[in-house]
Design a protein around this ligand. Structure first.
Ligand code: FAD
Length: 461
């Protein structure tokens, strides 16, 4: 007997298979991996049916929510790909401030406006169309992250279809092992999340931005400055230094863009009033190269405006080679390594960020467990397939240099373990996750991390 599914179902060779395989993958560099079958589920009972069908056929199961993982983690050879794209419901409970959200809900395009209408907020991702499924399972680095922490810290429950095909809830009282794993395991989560229950927060009335444009020549002094102020900077202030080649950057009247790469120090701050955010931004102190900047704008902003800027920087339809590292290195060590990356950027959209995260806090008891003082991520963005190898080799080699010199690991969100695995969980949490997986998915039905050599998984150095 074959288990019936309701959604569109594709086998290799079927019309529509190729579109279903990679049509929703954000990165235009599509993987050469071929699922045994693809099911575009229509609801959670279809997920249950899909999981049982996979067991019947002896297929592993891979999962796609938003399709935004850079390395296309949802596409595995010989697996049943469960595409959850239709699961995008949003239900808000006024009494608790908890929103129940489908895993394919887009963080900035759907969740954020839904909450803004209700005067609420959530530490959603910076980029508009990222699905909350992959984002939350791996941690979730979003707006106000220095203050609110990882977005997964605001997950209060998950509804999960287990590897055996049962629909259960996991939270702080029941199925606590899965609740623990759902906050940081990423693709190693041993189940399929069909709904997230998220604690929302009152929306701060003011969101402010302060953006400086600097010459790349001033990079070392700017990096030293930020390393000095970061440890005592109020958590509501979020400084990101980005090397970018986009021409549309703040410039004073009469100042010409020098061409090539410039540095943008984009600091956002959420607070109760303009007076408050202005005072908080004073925590950045005196800019050591003040007077040499090419431009500066400061003033109110909104999540929607910030999201538009992210879309401009991360365009659809391009090929991406991406890597990241957490660094506890001093500015003396880190700045030259950053400059090596920043000077090498050579396409219009490629960019690389220094994201101030310190001081690190004690994290709650959850799978997510590796972070450092500074987050460095590089996005090489191009269009020609013939450039794949060159850009991939470059981004992973340059990031490996940061990892070797004061690096403490990676954030899953900007990794590609088929080229450069690194540590994303503490050894203790990795061991605990391995044990949970062995109990919850003893037959290894859920496809796990895509990694070049399994013995390198979660291995630093
Ligand atoms: C343009 C862009 C901007 C980004 N900006 C940010 C950012 O600001 N902050 C940040 O933290 N990250 C960011 N990311 C990284 C992004 O959060 C991750 O790539 C994330 O995995 C994407 O989630 P997804 O559901 O869209 O991806 P998918 O590729 O659909 O999912 C990735 C993997 O997660 C697992 N998974 C997903 N959903 C489920 C589920 N429901 N049940 C079980 N397993 C599941 C599966 O293994 C799946 O293959 C960005 C990525 C892009 C492309």
């Amino acid at each position: 007997m074959t288990i019936a599914v309701k959604g569109a179902f594709y086998l290799p060779g079927d019309e529509g298979y190729e579109q279903a395989r990679v049509g929703r993958i954000f990165n235009a560099r599509k993987p050469e991996r071929y699922p045994a079958a693809i099911l575009q589920v229509v609801d959670e009972t279809d997920v249950v049916a899909g999981v049982r069908l996979a067991a019947e056929r002896g297929w592993t199961i891979s999962v796609r929510s938003g399709g935004h993982s850079w390395a296309a983690w949802s596409v595995h050879d010989d697996a049943l790909l469960l595409d959850l794209g239709a699961l995008r419901s949003l239900d808000y409970d006024d009494a608790t401030g908890i929103v129940a959200a489908g895993p394919a809900t887009m963080g900035s395009l759907e969740l954020a406006p839904f909450l803004t209408e209700r005067g609420r907020s959530f530490p959603g991702g910076h980029c508009a169309s990222v699905g909350i499924g992959g984002y939350l399972l791996q941690g979730g680095q979003g707006w106000n992250g220095r203050l609110k922490g990882w977005a997964c810290e605001s997950v209060v429950a998950v509804d999960v279809v287990t590897a055996d095909g049962d629909l259960i809830r996991a939270d702080a009282q029941q199925n606590t092992d899965l609740y623990w794993a759902a906050r940081g395991a990423g693709p190693g989560f041993p189940g399929v999340v069909v709904r997230f229950h998220l604690q929302t927060y009152p929306q701060p009335p003011v969101m402010w931005q302060d953006t400086w444009t600097f010459h790349l020549d001033d990079a070392e002094r700017v990096v030293h400055w930020l390393h000095e102020v970061l440890p005592s900077l109020d958590r509501r202030v979020e400084p990101v230094l980005a090397a970018t080649r986009l021409p549309d950057v703040p410039l004073y009247p009469g100042v010409e863009h020098p061409g090539g790469t410039v540095l943008l120090l984009h600091t956002t701050c959420m607070g109760q009033s303009e007076t408050e955010v202005r005072a908080l931004l004073q925590g950045l102190g005196e800019c050591p190269v003040a007077g040499r900047e090419l431009g500066r704008v400061t003033g109110p902003t909104t999540l929607a405006q910030e999201s538009d800027a992210q879309i401009a920087q991360n365009p659809d339809g391009y090929r991406y080679a991406v890597d990241c590292a957490w660094s506890d290195a001093s500015a003396d060590v880190l700045a030259p390594l950053l400059l090596d990356i920043w000077r090498g950027l050579d396409t219009e959209h490629s960019f690389s960020i220094w994201y101030g995260w310190a001081p690190v806090r004690a994290l709650p008891d959850m799978a997510f467990s590796v972070e450092g003082n500074v987050y460095v991520a590089t996005y090489l963005i191009y269009q020609d397939a013939a450039e794949d190898e060159r850009y991939r080799a470059r981004v992973h080699e340059q990031t490996a240099a940061i990892a070797r010199n004061g690096g403490v690991g990676v954030y899953l969100g900007d990794t590609d373990f088929t080229r450069r695995p690194d540590r994303f969980l503490t050894d203790e949490n990795f061991q605990r996750l391995t044990e949970i997986r062995a109990v919850r998915d003893p037959h290894r039905r859920i496809a796990s991390y895509l990694v070049s050599s399994p013995d390198r998984l979660n291995h630093h150095g």
